[in-house]
Design a protein around this ligand. Structure first.
Ligand code: IPE
Ligand code: IPE
Ligand code: MG
Length: 248
């Protein structure tokens, strides 16, 4: 077993409960090989499969994958169609397998804008896997952190307006329960591939104290060893949450 796997079974090292990944670099992976961008997206699906398996084996409780952002609609129509086609095929072919591995599936993001048949596949997947408890796989689809926060604010305002909620009751804990990630722990570890060092409207509220690891590899090349290395890096970090070292 490679040394980089050592933290998996040591038991006493801090491990992230929730790992969130910005899967970036599919287009550049393809361009480096003289292939069309879609070839990178196709290869990216293989990396998704590998990563779900590796995260499950590493004891991750929640794995969130940024698959399509609210802003990705700005891409050429043909590329958006390809991405939606890959998503459709993925949901059709993989959900039974995820269910067989006791993985719970959940989607976060705006439903408006996604095709009706994709929404049906998502609903079926969430229903089928709803009581699984090995790991939760969250797909962020048509997701934007600002949109998530704005929707929560809108729903809170509506509850207050209807007299169901007092304004004084709105604190960070209550706010979290109105976000799409309600009930999930905040990400402890945020990984972004492709060398870019930005958050690109991902889980803005939820990543308040996430440890960030940036990897130069493009997403289609990401594998179990990269996940293990990121988790090792996480284990070596000192998290303070605004306190002093070791709370002293
Ligand atoms: C990530 O790869 C996939 C999505 C955003 C859907 P990109 O398509 O962003 O690839 P680059 O960043 O252009 O290389
Ligand atoms: C972020 O990547 C979105 C996903 C990985 C789904 P982008 O490639 O869209 O981000 P920018 O445009 O480089 O910030
Ligand atoms: Mg990109």
């Amino acid at each position: 077993m490679p040394a980089s796997h050592s933290s998996y079974d040591s038991g006493d090292e801090p491990r992230p409960r929730h790992v969130a990944i910005i899967m970036d670099g599919n287009g550049r992976w393809a361009r480096a090989r003289g292939l069309p961008r879609v070839a990178g997206h196709r290869q990216g699906v293989e990396a998704v499969r590998r990563t779900i398996k590796a995260a499950g084996e590493a004891g991750v409780e929640v794995l969130t994958l940024y698959s399509f952002s609210s802003e990705n609609w700005r891409r050429p129509r043909a590329e958006v169609d390809e991405l939606m086609g890959l998503l459709r095929r993925y949901l059709k072919s993989e959900i039974a397998d995820l269910h067989g591995r006791n993985i719970r599936f959940r989607m976060i993001g705006e439903r408006d804008g996604l095709a009706a048949d994709i929404l049906t596949l998502i609903d079926e997947a969430e229903r089928m896997t709803g009581s699984n408890d090995a790991m939760t796989l969250v797909l962020a689809l048509n997701y934007g952190g600002r949109q998530d926060i704005a929707r929560a604010a809108r729903n809170i305002a509506e509850s207050v307006h209807r007299g169901l909620l007092r304004p004084e009751a709105v604190d960070d804990e209550l706010f979290s329960s109105y976000l799409s990630t309600a009930g999930l722990p905040d990400p402890d570890l945020l990984i972004r591939t492709s060398g870019e060092k930005r958050i690109s409207n991902f889980l803005l509220w939820q990543c308040a104290y996430a440890e960030m690891v940036f990897i130069d590899k493009f997403w289609p090349d990401f594998d179990a060893d990269d996940l293990a290395a990121a988790m090792d890096e996480f284990a070596g970090r000192e998290r303070r949450f605004g306190s002093t070292a070791n709370g002293r």
